[in-house]
Design a binder for this molecule. Structure first.
Ligand code: ADP
Ligand code: RBF
Ligand code: MG
Length: 382
């Protein structure tokens, strides 16, 4: 592959918006006497507003025009953009490219005004992205290549030198039609949707898996003890029964948490192996290493959060409140040919966790009171 020298992103692959869009859609559909059930998400994803609205009207049999629906949606969306969070790994990557002078642009189906409002809620981003090409600035929206070709032309680079990050199937098609390389970070939160991204050059669960050197860009060297520091996430809940696969017999018991334990709007972007701290009230604070995802080796139907606490307990603790602070990222979920290989890899992850968690900034979080604060009486089960 020729060396790439330019980076184009669609805004939703770096700033999460899907859950906000879903929330707004649910409100609007209720007003129209309908119930939002997640239907048709892929029909609107990556499309320009009027096209997306037309898809919703068709999917739910609404009696309004796309323009009317859009006005309703926009009003509610605008109030919520300030709550949109950058996706895991996005800020790290963008700052890295910016510091190396790699030209970057946002190429998005949203109208220019909406993108500007969204960007100004993220510190520094107006500088990182001097070029913004919006859906209303070109003739044809995604999956036509217009938006990406216009962005390349404004940055004065050849399309073949551009790498695109996309979250939506229509965007992947648009970027390929423009003759560009495409990394897909799917925002459809189901593994069954993967085939819709098949024309992407590669599919990652999150931008944390993006290795710039693979694409000819300068590499990132920010691992500490083998883990990438992340914006910590806090999650907690009662320990539930897992898949009963006898992980304990394999020497790697995992205290499963309900997936509702992590915030909805990042749920689709966080598969992988992480390190962090675990707190069990009345017991203590321990190092932990965990997997989030569908466990490719077992091909689970449900996504699972599975922390292996790096401590020997003499008894089970089902039902107890487990608090986690997840502070570092190790690797994507992998598949293995044998169970022994999987178990060996999990032990290797355990060794990474034990060493890395002694280092700054990971070690600091062991003191966080979140790990040991009991639930308010009204929320505890007795
Ligand atoms: P399950 O399929 O129900 O999750 P596992 O074989 O994964 O069963 O064992 C997990 C259970 O083992 C936890 O729910 C917890 O009660 C207990 N346990 C004992 N030691 C540990 C440990 N070091 N880390 C996690 N869970 C442990
Ligand atoms: N499952 C996979 O299918 N692929 C993995 O790469 C993987 N990595 C894991 C890493 C850690 C640290 C832990 C705790 C679990 C991992 N699992 C993985 C999940 C594993 O399949 C599940 O916990 C089983 O029940 C282990 O026997
Ligand atoms: Mg388990």
């Amino acid at each position: 592959m020729s060396k790439l020298n330019c980076f184009l992103v669609c805004n939703r692959s770096v700033v999460g918006e899907e859950s906000i869009a879903d929330e707004v859609l649910a409100i609007v559909l209720t007003r129209h006497g309908k119930v939002w059930d997640g239907r048709g998400a892929q029909n609107r994803m990556g499309k320009r507003p009027l096209e997306a609205a037309a898809a919703v009207i068709q999917d739910y049999g609404l009696a309004c025009t796309p323009l009317e629906l859009n006005l309703e949606v926009l009003e509610l969306l605008q109030e919520r953009w300030k709550n949109a969070r950058t996706l895991p790994g996005a800020v790290r990557l963008i700052k890295h490219f910016y510091s190396h002078g790699i030209p970057m642009a946002i190429a998005s189906s949203s109208p220019a005004r909406n993108i500007k409002i969204k960007l100004c809620h993220q510190e520094g981003w107006t500088e990182y992205f001097p070029v913004v090409v919006a859906g209303d600035m070109v003739e044809n929206g995604k999956p036509a290549p217009d938006i990406f070709l216009e962005a390349a032309s404004r940055l004065n680079v050849e399309p073949i030198k551009c790498l695109v990050i996309e979250d939506a199937p229509a965007g992947v098609l648009a970027a390929k039609a423009a003759g560009m390389q495409v990394v897909a970070v799917p925002s459809i939160p189901s593994k069954d949707a993967r085939p819709q991204y098949s024309s992407a050059d590669v599919i990652y669960s999150s931008l944390l898996d993006f290795q710039p050197e693979v694409w000819g860009f300068p590499s990132l060297n920010d691992r500490i003890g083998g883990a990438i520091p992340i914006e910590p996430w806090y999650m907690g809940g009662p320990v539930i029964k897992g898949f009963g696969r006898g992980s304990k017999l394999l020497g790697t018991p995992t205290a499963n948490l309900p997936t509702s334990a992590f915030s909805n709007h990042l749920a689709s972007h966080v598969c992988g192996i992480y390190i962090g701290w675990a707190g069990l009230a009345n017991r203590g604070v321990y190092k932990m290493v965990m997997s989030v995802g569908w466990n490719p080796y077992f091909d689970n139907k449900e996504k699972a959060v599975e922390p292996w606490i790096l401590h020997d307990f003499s008894e089970d603790f089902y039902g107890e409140e487990l608090r986690l602070i997840v502070v570092g990222y190790v690797r994507p979920e992998a598949n293995f040919t044998t169970l022994e290989d999987l178990v060996e890899r999990i032990h290797e992850d355990g060794r990474v966790a034990k060493a890395a968690l002694d280092m700054n900034p990971f070690s600091d979080y062991a003191e966080d009171s979140y790990l040991t604060t009991p639930l308010p009486v009204s929320m505890s089960s007795n």
